[in-house]
Structure formats: C-alpha cells, structure tokens
Design a protein. Structure first.
Lengths: 394, 258
C-alpha cells in the first residue's frame, strides 16, 4: 500500500490522457489556437496593406522652395486644375484617398519676412484630410513630418546625432540585451498566466468535480491515506498543468517572431545558454507545483466545479498583476527575502534569467521556497480531505 | 459467538445551516443525529438497522466506515478503533451506499484493478477474484464498457463488486436495495446470504420490513438517533409481525404514530 500515491497518479493520467476531448481542449487546442491566431495577426494586421496605389495630394499655391521636397514624396501630386471646395466635400467620404494642402499666397516671402518676436500669427498651411481613410491619413502624417522638418531646418541651431544617417551607430545597446529586456518583461508573465490557466481548467474538475459527483467518497473509504491522495492529485495535476502551459507557451514562442516581425528587426532569441534554460525549467516546475497546490486547495474547498472556477477567475487577475511586476519595477529586487513571496519570486527569477542578470542565490531561494509551499499545500489539502465538513457538506 | 463489531455510546451532532433551520422550523443551530448508540454484531450474522428516514442509520454506518468521526463514543471492528485506527478499519471493511459513486470515465475492469491496488492485493489474487465476482454478477458482458454508459442496475452491481475487491470479513451496506430493479435487488440479497454462509458479518440499514424479516439474524431499531431495541429478530417481534411490532415501539417512543 506504499505506492498508493503512484496508483492515484496513474489513475489520473489514465483519466487525462484517455479522454480525447480533455486532451484536445487543455493541451492541443491552446497552443494550436495561439499559434494560428498570432501568426494570422502577424501576417495580416501588422503588415502595411497590400494595396500599393499611391495617395493623391492636391496642392494650392505650391511654393517653389518646397516643390522639390514635396515632389520627392510617394504621392500623385496635382498642383492645378481642381476646385478646392469640391475636394473638401469629397474628403468627407470614408474611401477618399487624397489630401488637400493649401499654402497662403506668397508663402516663401511670408516665411522669410516673418518675425517670431513680432507677436503676429505665423503663416498658416492648411491640410485637409480624412483620418478614417488610411491613405489620406498617411498622406497627412507624411506632409506634416516634411513641413515640420523643413521648418526646423530654417532655424537650425544644433543637431542631435546628425551623423546617424551616414551609418554611425549611437544606440550602443547589444541586440541580445534588447531581446533580453523585451523577454524579461513579457515572457515570465505569459508563462505564469498560461500555467495558471492550465491549473484553472484542470484542478476544479479533478477535485471539486470528484466531490460533486461523489467519486471521492469511494476513494475515502479505502485504506488510501489522505496525504497519498493529496500528493497523487497535486503531482498529476501539476503534470497536466505543465503540459497545458507548455502547449500555450510553444504556440506563443513559435508565432511570436511572426507577430513582431523579429527577422525584419534583426532580433533573435538565441541568446540563452544551456544553464539559463535549465534554471528556467526548474523555476517553471516549482512554480507549477505551487499554482497546482493553490488551485487544488480552492477546488477542495469549493462545493462544485462551478464554484471553484468562479473563485479562481479573480485570482487570475492577481496572478496577472504580479506577473506584470518586472514591467513596472524592472528586475531589481530590494532584498533576497523578497524571493520568499510565492508567485512574485517566480516571476522575478524568471525575469532575471531572461534579462541575463541571474545570480544563483535568488533562484535557489525561489525554488526552495516554492517546494516548501507546495509541501505545505499538500499538507493543507490532506487536512481538507480529512475534514468531513469540507468533503461531505452539501 | 465471536464479537466482530462493538459499538460503544456513539454520538454525533450536526450543525444546522440557516436553510435547514427554516425547513425544520427551529432556531436550534445543532441537531443530534446519533445519540448514545451501543450494540454488537457477531461473526457470520446479518445485523439490520431498522428505522424511519432521518433516524440516524446512515450516520451510524458512516461512522463505522470512518467517513465521519463520532463526537464521542467509539466503535471497534475486529478490535480496531474507528477513531484511533481509521486506516486499519478501512482495510477490513467493505462499505456500499448509493452515495459512493464510480468515475464515469472508467470501465468496471479498470476500476476493479484500481481499487484492488489501493487495497494492496496481489495481482494474481485480483485476477482470480475479478473472474469470480464478474461472472457471479454477469459483469463480464459489460466489463469494458465505461460506467457512464451502464444502466443503474449495472452500476450498482459494479459498485457492489468494487466494494468487495479485498474480500472483507465485515461488510456495511446502507440501503442495499434502494433504487434497484427487482431482479438486481434479488441478486444483491441472495449474495448477502451467500456472504453470511461464508462466515462474513454484514450490517445493513433499511426501512423495508420484509427485507429485515427475510435476511437479518438480529435487529436494532433506531428512532430519533437512539437505539430503542436491539435483539434477535424473534426476540424483537415477540410473535407479532415486524411491521406491527415496529409501530408499537414507535408509538411508545413518540407517543403517536406520525
């Protein structure tokens, strides 16, 4: 009877892996869906539109000084033979693909003679556009940019990083650090959320569900010790949560480069060493144990699967908030004692691994603390399984 | 006669929820389910706990099965205390009630093996015992069908067999024929007699007089959590039918037949 934990573990596995629907919804679908959705978003939403026909820009009173600059822009330029009022009324339409720019007459001389200290209003350029039309809006943005730049060049007193156009590099950050920073803020939270959502979909049916269906009582009349049952449940549920989380994570990691067009940005995730991955795995494992223990306790306390799920939903927000800590506070942690706080310690440690700033002590504290919390969790779950009030109250 | 079960002054109270208080029209926060119940059961007999619904039969049996703990008092099964050695007690008893369900997802075959493992039974013994029990109850035909797809009668048979995987000497049945069709009910009661002839001790609770008359060697009558009478069937009936005698006792206890 010593291997009852193993017997329970095997039964849970037979249940989980034997149920094709459960396997599909908790392991296959999350990863697959994330991959498909992110890839689709990357391919379609983040790319400029395929339609490469150019916008038209109508210009009234085009000043000679600006003509070469405006002509160099990727627009169909029209400088005469149109009626301004008609254009303005046409611009109301959502699919209008043009902008209409009006310079005051004698713009060049007005600008040359304008005294900023004189208190009179500066010469005013009007650009009519429709911000609901992508082309019209882009034409407007580009025109504004060009005009502002031109204005700056007239009063130029100094430049910043002027030689960067000539290829000199001023941002001296290494690409690895850019990737590391990006990953350290985002990935720990995503990992945590996915592991927790795995727990959310697996723990309530397995514990609250067994209670609700009366199948746990059948186990409780056997000589099976309550701690063996608790441990068997937590270990097996951790495995499933890990699989579910891994599936989401894989889906995300495989589609993320597509989503952010990492190849075009010249970024690569191949910056981590074997020991980084080892530490990460260890951190994920102990985190999943803690999350499963928490979810199991909630599920054991709850009267039904529905009740358990509704308690866990707001908890998800808390986990998300803790997951966002590295974004808000960076990877700096005031004292090593902070690594005793569950969930927070996992996020910060993982964040440090991703930022490549990891040291051994915080990781050791995190892993050890989380193992202690998991053992405590199993102990609490054992108490709950032993409590007739919790197990049999209707 | 060898005493297998000794129940000593078992007491159990439950807290009443607001809803229950309303239903019962009371402001009491507690209700006494079992009040100082003592009795013994001997090897090779069927002992019947007879009483109306809510009298405390199920609560008594659940305390014997160690699912719930008594507030005070104790019970010993083969000398093992339900309070101090619940795991030892559980290893020796078979407990069957409609409240204990089997997981829908698994087949009778898998469940038999699974529960046998929990009782730590040698795999060779398991195979032989499974063959015997499955053929006795006609389970072979649906041994590989998931519990979810079985009829109520089939499920009950599987539950019965699963509660006996470890061939216990002491068997507790709570309302063994409740919800069963006549054929399955007959199979179950026949089997109970077979078990008795093998020298096993069986405690069952019921409110069906004919079942007690047909099966039980001794009877305990529970009314309002108290065991008012405990004797052999003949001793209790004293020449009357069990039903007539029960209502006489009930009247004495309650002052009227409600």
């Amino acid at each position: 009877m010593k291997n009852n934990t193993w017997t329970i573990f095997k039964k849970e596995c037979a249940r989980f892996f034997g149920d094709r629907t459960m396997l599909m919804t908790t392991v296959v679908m999350p990863g697959l869906l994330i991959y498909i959705i992110y890839s689709f978003m990357g391919d379609n939403f983040m790319q400029p539109t395929e339609d490469d026909s150019q916008a038209t820009v109508y210009v009234e009173n085009m000043p000679e000084t600006l003509r070469p600059v405006v002509e160099a822009l990727p627009f169909n330029l029209v400088t005469d033979g149109f009626d301004g009022e008609t254009l303005k009324s046409d611009l109301v339409l959502k699919d209008s693909d043009f902008a209409y720019m009006v310079f005051p007459e004698g713009f060049d001389s007005l600008v040359a003679n304008y005294n900023p200290a004189g208190g009179l209003p500066a010469p005013n350029v009007l650009i009519y556009h429709n911000s609901a039309s992508e082309k019209s809006r882009m034409a407007y943005d580009l025109l504004c940019g060009v005009l502002n730049q031109w204005e700056d060049s007239m009063t130029n007193r100094f430049d910043i990083n002027a030689s960067s156009d000539a290829g000199e590099v001023f941002d001296l950050a290494k690409d690895e650090d850019i990737v590391g920073d990006l990953f350290s803020e985002l990935i720990p939270m995503l990992l945590l959320l996915m592991a927790f959502s795995g727990c959310m979909s697996i723990a309530p049916p397995s514990i609250a569900g067994e209670k609700e269906r009366g199948t746990i009582a059948t186990l409780l009349v056997t000589p099976l010790k309550r701690n063996e049952l608790a441990l068997g449940k937590v270990l097996s549920l951790s495995l499933f949560a890990l699989l579910s989380g891994m599936s989401s994570f894989l889906g995300m990691m495989l589609s993320l480069p597509k989503l952010i067009h990492a190849d075009e940005m010249g970024l690569s995730a191949n910056i981590y060493t074997f020991s980084d991955y080892g530490m990460l795995l260890l951190l994920i494992l102990c985190t999943v144990l803690v999350l499963t223990a928490i979810s199991s306790i909630i599920s054991a306390k709850a009267k039904s699967v529905k009740a358990a799920s509704s308690v866990m939903a707001p908890l998800m927000l808390v986990v998300m908030l803790v997951g966002m800590m590295p974004m808000m506070t960076g990877t700096e942690v005031s004292s090593n004692a902070m690594f005793l706080i569950p969930i927070y310690n996992s996020v910060q440690s993982m964040s440090m691994v991703f930022a490549r700033e990891v040291t051994l002590i915080p990781v050791v504290i995190t892993v050890a603390a989380n193992i202690v919390y998991s053992v405590l969790g199993v102990w609490v779950l054992t108490k709950l399984l032993n409590s007739e009030k919790v197990m049999f109250s209707k | 006669m060898e005493e297998i079960l000794r129940v000593e002054h078992l007491c159990k109270t439950f807290e009443l929820s607001r809803k229950q208080q309303k239903i019962e029209g009371t402001t009491r926060t507690k209700t006494v389910a079992v009040n100082d119940v003592s009795f013994s059961a001997y090897k090779g007999e069927i002992f019947g706990l007879l009483g109306p619904n809510g009298a405390g039969k199920t609560t008594t049996l659940r305390m014997l099965a160690t699912l719930i703990a008594p507030d005070s008092g104790n019970a010993f099964i083969n000398g093992c205390s339900v309070v101090a050695e619940p795991e030892k007690v559980r290893a020796q008893i078979g407990f069957l009630t409609s409240e204990l369900k089997l997981e829908d997802f698994f087949t009778p075959n898998y469940l038999f093996d699974f529960f046998s493992q929990l009782y730590g039974i040698d795999p060779n013994v398991v195979a032989e015992r499974k063959r015997k029990l499955f053929s006795r109850f006609g389970i072979e035909k649906f041994a590989e069908v998931k519990v979810a797809n079985l009829s109520t009668g089939m499920k009950q048979k599987v539950s019965l067999v699963v509660s006996l995987v470890h061939d216990p000497d002491f068997i507790i049945f709570d309302e063994p024929t409740n919800g069963l069709d006549v054929l399955t009910a007959r199979t179950v009661t026949d089997y109970l007699q077979e078990l008795r002839s093998e020298g096993k001790t069986i405690i069952l609770s019921t409110h069906i007089f004919s079942l007690v008359e047909r099966l039980c060697d001794r009877v305990g009558i529970i009314i309002d959590g108290q065991m008012t009478h405990c004797d052999t069937l003949q001793g209790i009936c004293a020449g009357q039918s069990l039903e007539d005698r029960f209502f006489e006792i009930y009247k004495e206890k309650k002052g009227e037949t409600a």
